[in-house]
Design a protein around this ligand. Structure first.
Ligand code: P6P
Length: 331
């Protein structure tokens, strides 16, 4: 693939009329935040100072890196002066920024550092982002994002053996890899496609007894012995959503975080975790549902609402959807 860094790529897309200049600037801001955070993670990954006793807005244990990640994205977006509103997992309220006047109204929704509890055991973690644009002026209380279908851009950064930046704003899903010698993201995947079938399922089976019957039935199918259909599937669960999704995107398979007794509406958040990942999965040819319907169709009611999340290879997720649909007809 011909060498193309992120700036060259974005300039080409703007010149071709595929991308607006303001959205291109926001993508650059997200990439700058990713580079800064990549450096901090490597610097603090084994420092005891990242573990502290604070908890986030959801009462979950918070690493110092969670706070640092939020501040990095907030400050970069503030300086970039394109973003009007920021919804962050680490902050209860919608944050109002100070964009250059008379621009479109951009809202960025971010999980600054997903899976941070895995950092001190050197497991890949990520940042997940979603962008909406509205032309008419809106106040933070009248932000009507409506549903994930209205995202103008979505994607994630994964901080692993290499740091990658995966995003979509049109029909294609692009992958950039951070070249640490050059200090820049280089285009390595210009049209990521998700295979219709996969042979891996990814779920926390510790919650098996609490899963809905349809999920239990599907997992039984995954473990069934049937050489013709390449069964049983392999079980792979990292416990860091971005890492599990990244493997699913590149190798095929299905990821499930269904409702449980502890999380009756699911654990994962709709706006800054499920919607951007669902956008990537659908644009790559896969399917992302809450069990009954596409995640991208779920009405957005609040900043931190949770949903059950099942995503991956189209035929595999379709099978789960079929089990839910039949169950609703049978009930
Ligand atoms: P469990 C990480 O805390 C996270 O939010 C996701 O990254 C991950 O998929 C999920 O929670 C893991 O949750 O209950 O399996 O530990």
């Amino acid at each position: 693939m011909k060498f193309k860094n992120l700036h060259q790529f974005l300039r080409q897309e703007v010149n071709r009329g595929e991308l607006g200049t303001e959205l291109a600037k926001l993508i650059v801001d997200i990439s700058i935040s990713g580079k800064l955070l990549d450096a901090q993670i490597k610097k603090y990954a084994f420092s005891k100072s990242i573990i502290n006793s604070s908890t986030n807005v959801h009462g979950e244990k918070q690493h110092q890196l969670d706070i640092m990640a939020h501040d990095i994205f907030l400050n970069t977006l503030k300086d970039g002066r394109v973003c009007s509103y920021l919804i962050s997992e680490e902050y209860k309220e919608i944050l109002e920024l100070d964009p250059i006047p008379n621009q479109s109204i951009f809202t960025v929704c971010i999980d600054p550092l997903d899976g941070s509890s895995n950092i001190d055991v050197n497991v890949s973690v990520g940042s997940i982002f979603s962008i909406y644009v509205q032309d008419k002026p809106a106040s933070k209380n009248s932000l009507s994002l409506k549903s994930g279908r209205n995202q103008c851009c979505g994607g994630y950064l994964i901080y692993g053996p290499v740091t990658m930046f995966i995003f979509t704003y049109g029909k294609q899903v692009f992958g950039f890899t951070l070249n640490s010698e050059l200090g820049e993201f280089v285009l390595t995947h210009d049209n990521i496609k998700l295979s219709k079938e996969g042979y891996t399922y990814s779920v926390n089976e510790g919650n098996l007894n609490e899963f809905p019957g349809q999920v239990k039935e599907y997992l039984k199918f995954c473990k069934h012995h049937d050489q013709e259909n390449m069964l049983p599937y392999k079980s792979r669960y990292i416990g860091s959503m971005v890492a599990d999704i990244h493997r699913t995107l590149f190798h095929g398979g299905i990821f499930l975080y269904p409702s449980t007794a502890l999380f009756p509406n699911g654990k994962l958040r709709l706006i800054y975790e499920c919607n951007p990942i669902a956008l990537i999965i659908e644009r790559a040819g896969g399917l992302a549902i809450d069990g009954m319907r596409p995640v991208l169709d779920i009405p957005i009611m609040s900043s931190h609402q949770k949903v059950p999340f099942i995503a991956g290879s189209y035929n595999m997720v379709k099978k789960v959807l079929h089990l839910y649909k039949n169950a609703s007809i049978d009930n």
